[in-house]
Design a protein around this ligand. Structure first.
Ligand SMILES: Nc1ncnc2c1ncn2[C@@H]1O[C@H](COP(=O)(O)OP(=O)(O)OP(=O)(O)O)[C@@H](O)[C@H]1O
Length: 450
């Protein structure tokens, strides 16, 4: 199961600091949040300028849309939930349209508040899985966790790089925060101000100076997600900081020591990027001193079923449903899928399945991919029985007939590739061609060579 992190979630609650709001604050504290209460949006904004928060809850009787616009304009990236006591629906809708994640009605529901805090924490103590390559990566991560050296975690999207980074942070014993900085899909000036901070007036909407995440993280960990997307100028600044441990060009001038530990992730091939001139070799050398490679889910064998069962339990709980087992056929289909989106894709499939499934068991028809299509049985599944049954079904047929079917089926499974099919069948490509020619002459249609 996912375990709670020791890091408190910082919640800013904006509303009348009495009654239902006070109760919501108490519940959030019980759920593991550190709560700051304020009754004005201006005060909340000032607090967030000084110290980035993890979550804001805003009473919709205040001007939540304007607050959300100001947060965006000042590039303060914090999730916002709207809340209110019997608030008119249009105010909640306006807040959500302006960017609030959701609306939480008050009086507060203990479970709902706890779920919001827990969901935000998005915390896993250690990755689930028994695959030997993953296990090796985990023991390597645990061994290097106490050091201050940067770590690079590589692997396809959704393989659990952030989960691993959080585990390193927790094992490291660093008492301050785990801060995530998204490097992909972010404009160059935004990532610069996010990492290194900015002075008041640095851009039109920068009304106040703000320290960057590298400094704000204190002695915590900064997780740079998709480091390969960093612009060249930011790479140069970062490598300088990693080399001498000093943050330069911070707001207000002067320098500050880098106290945070840097962990970077990449689903891109950074060595190829270095060869292509889009990633600095010296930055890769600094980051790659301690390197962890996560295997794709399709290569993790029994982990697929283990993770599926794990997600089915956790997500049933999070959705207020009774946990239900997955049928043997459902587990078999999951094992045979190739999971291009890795663990994230599996988690999403199971999430949909627990909501879609009817009856006491999650059956295979509830396993639906993001495009709406069901996960299909593996090719050939159900066509074969025991060896005895298969041989039995051949009795009564001619050798030529069985040979033809064997060749055509093998060719089909190989996507029409004659060379692969002939290798599997143990015949020469020439024999394969002659056989196919004779089949065509007998009126059988065969797809052209792949
Ligand atoms: N071994 C694991 N055990 C439990 N949950 C996992 C594991 N690996 C991944 N997950 C879950 O899968 C999802 C994706 O994981 P994560 O964000 O760590 O992947 P990532 O490799 O960092 O993805 P990306 O490359 O897209 O940033 C998360 O919801 C995470 O909790």
């Amino acid at each position: 199961m996912f375990a709670r992190s020791s890091n408190l979630i910082r919640l800013t609650l904006v509303g009348t600091p009495q009654g239902e709001f006070r109760l919501a604050a108490e519940m959030a504290r019980e759920a593991g949040a550190q709560v700051v209460m304020t009754d004005s949006l201006q005060a909340a904004l000032e607090a967030l300028r000084r110290h980035a928060g993890d979550l804001v809850m805003v009473d919709v009787t205040l001007d939540a849309p304007d607050f959300l616009r100001r947060l965006r304009a000042e590039r303060i990236g914090v999730p916002v939930l709207a809340c209110g006591i019997h608030a008119p629906a249009e105010r909640a809708v306006a807040a959500i349209r302006a960017g609030a994640l959701d609306y939480i009605p008050l009086p507060p529901d203990r479970e709902l508040i706890a779920a919001a805090i827990l969901n935000l924490g998005h915390r896993v103590s250690s990755p689930v899985g028994e695959d030997p390559v993953l296990k090796h990566a985990m023991s390597y991560a645990q061994a290097v966790a106490p050091s201050d050296a940067p770590v690079l975690i590589a692997g396809e999207a959704g393989t659990g790089k952030e989960v691993m980074a959080r585990m390193i942070h927790e094992v490291s014993g660093r008492c301050e925060r785990f801060v995530v900085v998204e490097c992909a899909g972010v404009a160059a000036e935004v990532i610069e101000s996010e990492l290194f901070g900015h002075d008041a007036g640095a851009f039109v909407t920068a009304v106040a100076p703000r320290v960057g995440r590298l400094e704000e993280a204190g002695e915590g960990t900064v997780f740079l997600r998709e480091i390969g997307a960093l612009p060249a100028v930011t790479q140069a600044r970062l490598v300088g900081i990693l080399q001498d441990g000093i943050i330069r060009g911070r707001p207000g001038g002067g320098t500050a020591p880098l106290r945070a530990r840097i962990i970077a992730s990449s689903s891109r091939d950074l060595s190829a990027q270095v060869a292509a001139g889009t990633f600095r070799a010296d930055l890769l050398a600094r980051l790659g001193l301690l390197r962890i490679e996560l295997p794709p889910l399709r290569a993790r064998g029994d982990d697929i079923a283990m993770l599926a069962v794990h997600f089915a339990e956790c997500l049933a709980g999070a959705n207020g449903l009774e946990p239900r087992p997955l049928s043997a056929e459902a587990l078999e289909r999951l094992k045979c899928h190739d999971w291009p989106g890795n663990v994230r894709e599996l988690e999403d499939v199971i999430h949909r399945a627990i909501l879609l499934a009817r009856g006491p068991v999650i059956e295979s028809d509830a396993l639906v991919l993001s495009d709406g299509l069901q996960i299909r049985p593996a090719e050939g599944a159900g066509e074969t029985g025991s060896a005895e049954l298969e041989i039995g079904s051949l009795v009564g047929r001619s050798v030529a007939d069985v040979e033809r079917e064997l060749i055509l089926q093998t060719l089909k499974r190989c996507g029409g590739n004659r060379t692969t099919a002939s290798t599997i069948l143990g015949i020469s490509v020439r024999t394969m061609r002659n056989k196919l020619k004779s089949f065509i002459e007998a009126g059988i249609t065969i797809a052209p060579a792949a």
